[in-house]
Write a protein that binds this ligand. Structure first.
Ligand SMILES: [Zn+2]
Length: 245
C-alpha cells in the first residue's frame, strides 16, 4: 500500500495572499493535504480562522496542529503577543499547546496530529500530546537529527515509524525541493514498513506566494499516483497496524 501525504506548516493563513495561494493549491490538488496549522499569529491579530479551517475540512483535507513555542504575553487564554528567545518552562510549553488546542476545539476541530514548530522535540511535548488524545506526531525526521532536548528519543535521525511513550511517531520524510528531486530521479526517500510505503513531505503556507514553489507542488502532485492520496491520519492508521503499541 502506497501513501503520499503532502503536508503544510501553516502559520499565515490569516494573511490574504497566503490563504488565496493556499486555497488555490488545495483546490487544484489531486492529493489530500494535512494542514498543520499554528493559529498563534491569527489569534494575536484577532483574525478568526473558523471559515478557513471549515473550508479545509470540507474539501477532504485534514486539520492538524502545529505549534511554535514561545513565552506568551497577556492573560492565559488571551494571548496578545510573545517574547522571542526566552528560556521556556514546562508551563510555558503547555500554555502554547493548550491555547492552540482550545482554539481548534472551539471551532469544531479536534486535532489528532501534530508537528512541533522549529522541529523542537521535548519530553514535555510528547507527554502533553499523549495526554490530549493525539494519534500521531510527525516532528521527527528521517533525514535530520531530533536535537538534544528530549530524553525519550536519541539525538539522531528517525528512519522509520516508531512509538515514543505510546504516541505513534510518523516521521516527516522530506522538504518540498528534495522530495521533487527524489521523485524526478526515482531515488526514493520513502519509509518502507513491509507492504506499506509512505512519503510525507512538507512546505510552509507562505512558500506558496512564490511561483517556483507552486510549480514544485504541482509537479509533485502530478507525479504521485492518485490512489496513494491520503491524509496523515489515514496513513497513521495503516502504520499503527504494523508498529506494535
Ligand atoms: Zn512552523
Amino acid at each position: 500500500m502506497r501513501f503520499v501525504c503532502p503536508t503544510m506548516h501553516a502559520e499565515h493563513l490569516h494573511m490574504e495572499p497566503v490563504w488565496s495561494a493556499t486555497r488555490a493549491t488545495l483546490e487544484r490538488s489531486r492529493l489530500r493535504w494535512t494542514m498543520f496549522v499554528d493559529p498563534l499569529l491569527a489569534r494575536i491579530e484577532g483574525f478568526d480562522l473558523a471559515p478557513v479551517l471549515a473550508w479545509i475540512a470540507d474539501h477532504g483535507h485534514e486539520v492538524a496542529m502545529h505549534t511554535h513555542h514561545h513565552k506568551l504575553v497577556g492573560e492565559p487564554g488571551r494571548t496578545t503577543g510573545f517574547v522571542l528567545g526566552e528560556q521556556l518552562s514546562e508551563a510555558d510549553i503547555h500554555r502554547c499547546l493548550q491555547e492552540n488546542f482550545d482554539y481548534f476545539v472551539e471551532r469544531g476541530h479536534v486535532p489528532k496530529g501534530f508537528v512541533s514548530g522549529s522541529w523542537l522535540v521535548l519530553d514535555a511535548i510528547y507527554e502533553w500530546l499523549a495526554a490530549h488524545g493525539f494519534d500521531y506526531d510527525s516532528t521527527l525526521r528521517t533525514y535530520a537529527a531530533a536535537g538534544p532536548w528530549s530524553s525519550f528519543v536519541d539525538d539522531a535521525q528517525c528512519p522509520t515509524a516508531r512509538r515514543v511513550k505510546g504516541l505513534l511517531e510518523v516521521p516527516t520524510t522530506a522538504p518540498l525541493t528534495p522530495q521533487l528531486k527524489a521523485m524526478v530521479r526515482r531515488s526514493r526517500r520513502s519509509v518502507v514498513l513491509g507492504n506499506l510505503v509512505y512519503d510525507l513531505y512538507y512546505l510552509h503556507d507562505y512558500d506558496l506566494v512564490r511561483l517556483h514553489k507552486r510549480v514544485a507542488v504541482h509537479l509533485l502532485d502530478r507525479l504521485a499516483p492518485e490512489s496513494a492520496a491520503a491524509t496523515v491520519s489515514e496513513l497513521a492508521r495503516g502504520v499503527a497496524a504494523v508498529v506494535p503499541g
